[in-house]
Structure formats: C-alpha cells, structure tokens
Write a protein that binds this ligand. Structure first.
Ligand code: UDX
Length: 447
C-alpha cells in the first residue's frame, strides 16, 4: 500500500519507518529541507534506540523515502497520516492545531481518488470533525475518509511499542476506512494485536484518557511516597503490594521527581482545557497537573535539606538530565526545575547526562557540565541522581566518595538501597523510603 506521512518528527518518523518495515511503500514528508536532506543521508535527527538501523534498511530496500513536496506524494497515496506537532498553545494550554489544519488544507487540494486521511498527532476531541470540514470546504471534490488513530509510543521504546502494541485504536465515521486501516496494520492484525474500531471522537478521547490516567497513577504514587516519608513506610513495598492486585497493575507505580516529557504534561493540560470547553470539568486531572508542577520544585528543597538546609556556595553534581533514560529529550524534564531551584539558592551545579546535555545547555542558564559521573562528583558537596540511566545503576561508590567533598547522595529514582550506600559511608536520601531501610524487607526476602 502507498502511504504518505506528513511530519517527519518523532511520531511521523517512527510510524513511517515501521509501516515501511511492514512492507508498505512509505514517503515521509516534511517542509524542513535540512531535515529531509539529513534523513536522506541516513542522519536521524532524534535519539531513539534502533531507529537509525531501521531507517537505513528500509531506505535500502526502497520501501522508505523522504520528500519536501506534499503535492507530488499525496496524489498517489491511499492513506495519508498527519503527524505534525500539536504543542501547547502559548498561554492557555490548549493544543495548537494550526499545523494540523494547514496540512489538512494542503492535502485537500492534492488528493486523487478515495483517500483515507489519518490524524496520528494527539488532538483534542472534535479535531477529526474539523479536519473533515476543512477538507470538504477547501476542495468539495476531495473523496476522503478522516480517521483518528492515536499513537501510544514511549520514547526510548517507540519501535517496540509500534510493533508490539497493547492495542491499536482506530476511530472512523466512514465504513470505507475500515478495510484500508486493517490493511495498514495487517501484520499486527495477523499477530492478533487488538485492532479496536470506534467512533472518531471516542478514539480521540481514548488517547487523552489513557495518558491522563497514567500521569495520575504516577502522581498518586508520588503522593504516597510523601506519606511514606512522613510515616516511615516504604513506597516501593506499598507500590508492589498495590500493584500485585491485577486490577491495579505494577506498572507506572515508580515514585520519582514527577513526570515530564513531550506527552504527559501537554496532554494533561489539554485534557483540562477540553473539560472546561465542554463544561465537564476534569478535576482529578487538574489536581494531577498542579501536584506534578509543585513536585518538581519541591525536589530541589529535598536536595537542599540533604545538604543541611543551605546550598549557597556549594557544588551539586547532577546525574541525568533528560525526562527519562534512553532519550535526548529534555522537554518538561524535572531536572530543569530542580537545577533552577538549586541555582536560585546559590548552588553551583555540574551535571552529566549521556544524551541530554546539548538540549540542557539551551534550557538552563549557569549550569556546568562534566564528562561522566565521576567527573561531576569531583569536589561536590552532594550528588543528585535525577534520571535513571543504566550507567548510573552500578556506580563505584568508593571511587565517588574519594573525589567528593562530602559523601551525600540524593537518589530521586530509588536506584540504590540505603544499606548498600550507607556501607560506603554516604549520607543517603531517596523517595518515600525510610532512612534505615524498610523493617519488613528482611521478612520478605526470607519468604
Ligand atoms: C508517554 C506514554 O507512556 C505513551 O504511551 C504516550 O503515547 C506518550 O507519552 P513517554 O512520555 O515517552 O510516553 O514516557 P513514559 O515512559 O510514559 O514516562 C513519562 C514520564 O513519567 C517520565 O518522566 C518518567 O520518568 C515518569 N514515570 C513513568 C515515573 O515517574 N514513574 C513511573 O512509574 C513511570
């Protein structure tokens, strides 16, 4: 099947390359000539494990190509995916749909024959209706079915998520789209991945509801972590005890410094706005947004407390900057607020991240960078682990202690255990775990 993907950003590129890998004939379109030139040279503008290799092999097989010319690609396509950005609109949190609508207008004047136009970008409820309206008014002769097919791709695991999805959600209003979408996802369908057909508005809402729920789940366990700190309970054991209940599930119950990234912050805000627009308030989501915002800054106070209440003139080494490991994405990363909070209180911050330092340099003023974990520890009054990259999971604690001014470790991802770190002479604080380790952990180990 001939497929056009408009927008060669994160979602567009992953979608395009995976569909090419399924055997379709895919062209990824982007207005940015430099991006297309780079892609044609095999240079991938984002860091995503496995993506470069997959792009290369599909380009080599002739199934994947790139173009800046929407008008020369769309007429041949049976399916056109819109995968352009929907950033939070400045000031009000609404998703900015201007890019989506601009593409809809261009597609309207280019389609030939019956074409399925699919919104892959995360868009508020009713956007599919508006896209259909724009296409119909721009070109009354265009024969299109507008479909909503939200993505559920995690950065760092996007290819696997695309190829082994829990479900594929397809919102249609025109039955002619059903066989086309079944054909697009044929390999997954044959693997028995649930292909769920719904109405278009329902599909749009599923995406927001799923992301808001996950953000709420994380925020819930983060508040439980605070309660654990106040009561002497252990959040990891509480999470396990809750999560083993199949109705709850163990995933997304890792307490931390708050969620970040390109999706949860933006989508929760947009969902709040959708609720307001439809006079159906999303109060749980509103509260989730507020708690998560406050939490990021609160983490800098936690670091300050671990440093004896004052960081003025002190050097803080930071391990990990990106909003999670295996990405170079710094969008809404908790590290930004935490580091800013420390700098505002007079600290000198030296950070290291395997992929995020380029973006961090643009976002955080007055930050310095080291070349590895041991480098940022040199002369540091405390080390703060913000992102749980694998290379921070088995640090040589003696070596760190040897170069630090004082051996203080603040572990905002609960990577280490209190007893093992204390053995090396560190003062250790983490998230929602009692200083002496959980009294009942030994009993569990003995079981
Ligand atoms: C998310 C969704 O998972 C994906 O389905 C959606 O389509 C896009 O948004 P992503 O933003 O890539 O994916 O990352 P994810 O792994 O979901 O993590 C988001 C944030 O939550 C990160 O900051 C992460 O550190 C945090 N998180 C996640 C926790 O703090 N605890 C957890 O248990 C899980």
């Amino acid at each position: 099947m001939k497929i056009a993907i408009v927008g060669a950003g994160y979602v567009g590129l992953v979608t395009g390359v995976c569909l090419a890998d399924f055997g379709h004939d895919v062209v990824c379109i982007d207005k940015d000539q430099r991006k297309i030139d780079a892609l044609e040279r095999g240079e991938i503008p984002i860091y995503e494990p496995g993506l470069t290799e997959l792009v290369k092999s599909n380009v080599a097989s002739g199934r994947l190509s790139f173009s800046t010319e929407l008008k020369s690609v769309v007429p041949d396509a049976e399916a056109v995916f819109i995968a352009v950005g929907t950033p939070s609109r400045r000031g009000d949190g609404h998703a900015d749909l201007s890019y989506v609508y601009a593409v809809a207008r261009e597609v309207a004047t280019s389609v030939k024959g019956f074409t399925v136009v699919i919104t892959k970008s995360t868009v508020p409820v009713g956007t599919g209706d508006e896209v259909a309206h724009i296409i119909a008014t721009t070109n009354p002769n265009a024969d299109v079915a507008v479909v909503s097919n939200p993505e559920f791709l995690r950065e760092g695991a996007a290819i696997d998520d695309f190829k082994r999805p829990d479900r594929i959600v397809v919102g249609i209003e025109d039955e002619r789209a059903r066989p086309v979408m079944t054909e697009v996802y044929r390999p997954l369908y044959l693997n028995q991945a649930p292909l769920m057909f719904t109405g278009r508005r329902t599909a749009e809402l599923i995406k927001y509801a799923a992301n808001a729920f996950l953000a709420m789940k994380i925020t819930f366990i983060n508040e439980i972590a605070d309660l654990c700190e106040a009561t002497g309970a252990d959040v990891q054991q509480v999470a396990r005890g809750m999560g083993l209940d199949n109705r709850i599930g163990t995933k997304f119950l890792n307490a931390g410094p708050g969620y970040g990234g390109s999706c949860f912050p933006k989508d929760t805000l947009a969902m709040v706005k959708i609720g307001q627009d439809f006079e159906s308030p999303m109060r749980l989501v509103e509260t989730t947004v507020a708690i998560n915002d406050q939490r990021k800054r609160a983490m800098s106070r936690k670091v300050i407390a671990a440093c004896g209440g004052d960081v003025r003139g002190k050097t803080i080494g930071v391990l990990g900057l990106t909003f999670k490991p295996n990405t170079d994405d710094m969008r809404e990363a908790p590290s930004i607020d935490i580091i800013q909070g420390l700098i505002d209180r007079g600290a000198r911050v030296v950070a290291y991240d395997p992929q995020g330092m380029g973006a961090a340099r643009e976002l955080i003023g007055n930050i310095e960078f080291g070349t590895n974990a041991y480098d940022v520890a040199v002369g540091a009054d405390a080390l703060v682990l913000i992102t749980e990259w694998n290379e921070f999971r088995s640090l040589d604690l003696d070596r760190l202690k040897g170069v630090m001014k004082s051996a203080v470790l603040v572990d905002l991802r609960n990577v280490y255990r209190h007893d093992e770190v204390a053995k090396h002479g560190f003062e250790y604080s983490s998230i929602g775990r009692p200083a002496g380790g959980a009294p009942d952990s030994a009993a569990e180990a003995a079981e």
